[in-house]
Ligand binder design. Structure first.
Ligand SMILES: NC(=O)c1ccc[n+]([C@@H]2O[C@H](COP(=O)([O-])OP(=O)(O)OC[C@H]3O[C@@H](n4cnc5c(N)ncnc54)[C@H](O)[C@@H]3O)[C@@H](O)[C@H]2O)c1
Length: 526
């Protein structure tokens, strides 16, 4: 993970790249660079003059060199790209890997009116009216690869403010094939439309009916942008995550006429996200999806990382796919209506991050817990953003759980067995099971790896302060039975995550059964 440090503005002639880049930079306190401007000052001639004298190929080489120079500059930067830069595969690769690419767009007629006779724009071939639609066609695919599409109809200050709001505090998830962004801010719901892939003409909004007023707001903004929208309303909760519901949703995407370029949007808690992501992963062998989480657990954990799936009768999440969303949009204000028990259950994952990585999160929890529990927007924004950044960093290093991602399972070995023993219903929430699982893993960490007792003491105290259970009533032998069954399902991979100290996890730890029973005895009441 890296926070956004390079924003590249791309778009057709007249879209406002050179005007808007310094405004965005100003709004963020960054520097701006204009690739065409740099070429003109380095070579003492305008791009048009260079193309007229030395040809387009030569100019494209200069453009690529200037982009490479810009990307070598230290400090965060907004780059106004020349319109034709995206026609070069090498430039597109650099932009995609190193920048957050924003496509500034406006209808053809607006662009034609803005460029006038277009004499200083040789790629228009002397006629803006003919040149703009032609360039739109030839650069369409390149523009559609952008991370965000922002309309530049309107005052430049307002357009720049929109880019600043969307990307100012965004977290970047860097994966092998592509990068996506996690927006975390009050009001981010209004940005959902910016993240819809540019080629999509139709969207299926798979929405939890518990948040139907939010769903209405998103539908209105999609439709006003000309995107056909079908709402598939569902009841959130674990019983949603079935093979049968997934099949029904797939059939409804077909009926709604979604095609390969179209997009699914998940709006709801972790159960809606897991189902919608799985449906997007399998429909037409995989279409784009956005995740708009509406519970704290989904914001801090499940929305990031691309694990999607449904439950089978044998256990949780046993059918699924790793299918990354195009973007994750977290608006902490939507948490106002979440019920207290499920809101608090998410703190188990927040405490978990505080234990497995060296982070300022523990200090945030110590000083702001009351404000977080009162759901104050700025406290929630900071904490959700920090959790997203931690998860993004871990997932970026190990997208398919070949190694490092396993640290996220701290507290989950017993947690999953407790959920199985409880029958995967609402009787025991995931976070509640993980809280007790972490207490047991903490004890084992002290006993087996010499973890300082003070570190585990902090964890246990924080679990209690968050209002999470510290003990549960279960028969330890029964829980152990579920752990054995889990081991059979996942093969030899049931290794424990234990801690040498807070922030120093060790994965793949073997723990003899008698010691597991000892730890279970300490956290379970019969
Ligand atoms: N994919 C992953 O990496 C991952 C990670 C952790 C957990 N999960 C999964 O996440 C699921 C749990 O997610 P969850 O805790 O969000 O549960 P959930 O989706 O069941 O939501 C909890 C309840 O809150 C309601 N709700 C949602 N948003 C609301 C809002 N803003 N206001 C009022 N009510 C609202 C829902 O209808 C539901 O009744 C589990 O299935 C778990 O397996 C997945």
């Amino acid at each position: 993970m890296s926070d956004v440090r390079r924003i590249a503005l791309v778009g057709l002639p007249g879209s406002g790249k050179s005007t808007i880049a310094p405004l965005v930079a100003n709004g963020l306190g960054w520097s701006a660079v204009d690739i065409d401007g740099e070429i003109a000052s380095s070579y003492g001639r305008s791009p048009a003059a260079i193309i007229a004298a030395d040809g387009e190929r030569h100019f494209r080489d200069l453009e690529l060199t200037e982009l490479e120079n810009a990307l070598r500059r230290p400090g965060p930067l907004v780059i106004a790209c020349g319109g034709g830069l995206v026609s070069q595969p090498a430039a597109r690769r650099l932009l995609g890997e190193l920048c957050t690419v924003v496509w500034l767009d406006a209808p053809d007629q607006v662009l034609i009116d803005r460029v006038g006779d277009g004499v200083e724009r040789p790629m228009l071939g002397g006629s803006a009216a003919a040149g703009i639609p032609r360039l739109r066609g030839s650069r369409k695919r390149a523009h559609q690869e952008s991370h965000l599409r922002v309309s530049t109809v309107g005052a430049p200050d307002a357009v720049a403010a929109r880019v600043v709001a969307a990307l100012g505090g965004a977290v970047r998830v860097d994966l092998v094939e592509r990068t996506y962004h996690v927006e975390v801010r009050a009001g981010a719901l209004d940005d959902v439309v910016l993240h819809v892939p540019a080629g999509a003409t139709r969207v299926a909004l798979l929405a939890d009916r518990a948040v139907s007023s939010i769903s209405d707001r998103i539908v209105a903004s999609l439709r006003s942008s000309g995107i056909g929208t079908t709402v598939l309303e569902v009841a959130g909760g674990e019983s949603l995550k079935t093979w049968t519901t997934a099949g029904r949703m797939l059939a409804r995407l077909g009926t709604a006429g979604l095609q390969r370029n179209d997009c699914v949007i998940a709006l709801g808690g972790g159960t809606v996200g897991d189902l919608a992501g799985f449906v997007a992963a399998t429909y037409l062998r995989g279409i784009a999806w956005l995740n708009v989480p509406t519970t704290l657990l989904a914001m801090v954990d499940s929305a990031i990382g691309g694990k999607t799936g449904v439950n089978l009768s044998r256990g949780k999440n046993l059918a699924g796919a790793i299918w990354q969303p195009r973007a994750v949009i977290c608006d902490p204000d939507v948490l106002a209506t979440q019920d207290d028990r499920s809101f608090r259950s998410a703190f188990a994952e927040i405490v978990k991050y505080s234990m497995i990585v060296d982070t300022t999160l523990a200090t945030q929890l110590d000083s702001q817990l009351e404000r977080l529990l009162r759901r104050e927007t700025d406290a929630l924004t900071g904490t959700v953003r920090e959790c997203c950044a931690i998860k993004a960093r871990i997932v970026s290093g190990d997208e398919r759980e070949a190694g490092g991602r396993a640290v996220l399972n701290y507290g989950h070995t017993i947690g999953h067995a407790l959920e199985a023993a409880a029958g995967f219903g609402d009787q025991l929430l995931h976070g509640e099971a993980v809280a007790v699982g972490m207490r047991a893993a903490g004890l084992l960490s002290i006993r087996r790896l010499g973890c300082p007792e003070g570190d585990i003491g902090w964890q246990d105290e924080m679990i209690a302060r968050c209002g999470l259970p510290t003990t549960l009533v279960f028969d330890p032998e029964r829980v152990l039975g579920h752990m054995r069954a889990d081991k059979k399902t996942v093969g030899d991979r049931l290794g424990w995550v234990l801690l040498e100290a807070r922030g120093r996890p060790r994965t793949g730890q073997h723990v003899p059964e008698d010691e597991v029973l000892g730890a279970l005895d300490a956290v379970l009441a019969r």
